[in-house]
Design a protein. Sequence first.
Length: 180
Amino acid sequence: MELKPADVLISHEQIAERIKEIAQEISYKYAGQDLMMIGILRGAVIFMSDLARAIDPSVGLTMEFMKASSYGASTQSSGKVAITQQPTMEIKDRQIIIVEDIVDTGLTLKRLREYFAAHGAKSVEVCVLLDKKDRRVVDVPVEYTGFVIPDEFVVGYGMDFDEKMRNLPSIHKVCQVSEE
Ligand code: 5GP
């Protein structure tokens, strides 16, 4: 199946505006403290790089990345999530914000929250750009949300289809390329 980007769901101007608001909230809460943002590869890279640059310099910010992937029936409650790339920085006693592109079933974030709790993090919060609320299978707290969206596949601003379209500045729905 070949897909191409269709209508813009959220424009890059809207994203920039919302990131400013979230960054203000985070900056206020962590002013004068250390904070480690951990981006989930690869979808969160672009979101996290814009978010991090909007954080006030009074926050002692460090940036780390890790990778998680689902296996088995990933869209079912039985789906399992594996940590396929661990963070290399010390987690113990750190204040952490997990930065993720989309929360869908919630399985990935649930697994990640458990991972950081097990590794002795001082605190763990979650910041997602998009929330597909209707699709949730497990309950997971999300402290900062960019936008709640309907159950539709989206690409752009870091999010891919078959590893492509991550570079689009806005978030798009997709449509199928018709065969001539
Ligand atoms: P969850 O464990 O919450 O079901 O999975 C979340 C992950 O599913 C996201 O990090 C993302 O990789 C993927 N995902 C869910 N919906 C979409 C979508 O509409 N577009 C893209 N590109 N990825 C999605």
